[in-house]
Design a protein around this ligand. Sequence first.
Ligand code: GLC
Length: 541
Amino acid sequence: MGATWWRQAVVYQVYPRSFADSDGDGLGDIPGVTSRVGYLAELGVDAIWLSPFYPSALADGGYDVDDYRDVAPELGTLTDFDALVGAAHAVGIKIIVDIVPNHTSNRHAWFLEALASAPGSAARNRYVFRDGTGVDGSLPPSDWQSHFGGPAWTRLTDADGNPEQWYLHLFAPEQPDLNWDNREVHEEFLTTLRFWADRGVDGYRVDVAHALAKDLSDPLRSKPETPGELPLDGSDPLFDRNEVHEIYAEWRQVFDSYDPPRTAVAEAFSAPERRALYARPTELGQAFNFDLLKADFDAAEFREVVEFCLAQAAEAGSSSTWVLSNHDVVRHASRYGLPTGTDLDDWLMTDGLGTILDEEQGLRRARAAVLFMLALPGSAYLYQGEELGLQEVADLPAGALQDPIWLRTQHTKKGRDGARVPLPWTEEGATYGFGSGNAWLPQPAAWSRVAVDQQDGVGGSTLELYRDALRIRRELQTDETLDWIDAGRDDVVHLVRPGGWHCVTNFGTEPYALPAGEVRVASAELVDGQLPGESSAWFTA
Ligand code: GLC
């Protein structure tokens, strides 16, 4: 494996504040993760990706970073971090950290300096400050909108309360965008990459990797009419511009100066056709695709996604990524239990009551989907808690919500907190073993039944399904190719990997007779050799 370990790795995403709380302050922390390295080793993952654990006021769950080269005091210390790296490496697990280069927080030393400095100063030039438009500068410099709702510009007031310049924030106002036309910004991130690599970190997940380069010519350009559809020539003023690739080519020099080379994965919302650019070996090496995450539980859709993504990855000289859930989306065990086409934001606004969620169906399909995903060539990214079959917590009380989306949309969208509720480790205890204090988001009572200790060693549990699948995957892992076998039914997908590793997924409801072979793992119990509806099985032949 060596330098190419990442190509077919299973990466487990830890959202540190919600994983395990070692000191009872209600927030998960770094020693909490370290205390569960044994659990992750037993699960069988190859790497842990840590969402931001840096000092932060949590205006955006930690993606508002005060200091890129430290640990948030409430989450631990750099010494704790080193201990985590040591513990993970000791059991062969790699560590991936999250780099957030598009914006700092508004508490970052640079932003504070910019606020204290005059318009046009070097300190302001690390960010995107502009005078307002309109007669008195009271209108924003452009029509750009923030991803979380409302304008992407906020106006400053000076010490005497007089209105001043505006600054750009594509996300929350607490996340001022950096100016990547400024060489100093480049140097700062190269230093940060080296800082973590020197501490033994194996790779990076690069946040909103498509947004760094911007067309900041004066006057600022309007966004094209159709949001969501990006041009294929890199001409959007904000996203997926061609110049962004110069930044990652520079980062690659840093990655390759280490042995083994550090790896990276881009979170880039480009047009799908341009994803491959980020994944080139001369740049980040790999790029997320969220195509599987967005697909309905449907044979034709899943197969189409796989064919497209494998072709894309091959074009880049990379391996594909696969994702069913992460900290930004409704958990897939819930998505799959809602009628096709359900608007998930609306559903959350009804506390999950507006549309009936069939939890059993959701979980059944989730178990089938993960076996399908884990049988594919490429790397699979798991999100903490999916191995327990956790459902989205749709009924978090309004007073508990912390996602900026809730605030910025004037309480018309709840946002992502329902996927970030602290994990249940034990049946008993006020926070089901998460920690000795109150959890920062309330956990549902039903989680006592699905806690780790309730599934550990229990045949047929989702935890044991994941453990079996990861162990067998390791044993059967092979070249990055697959062939499709005609299953004779439109709602059944049959794929085979080199060496005779077969995966059959029945997306329909009628049982399906499996071809001859030794069944290695199945998401539902077979009945007379038949694979029930909405389930998957791996067999070797
Ligand atoms: C990414 C993160 C998300 C965050 C945003 C801004 O999309 O996954 O959680 O809100 O970037 O940093």
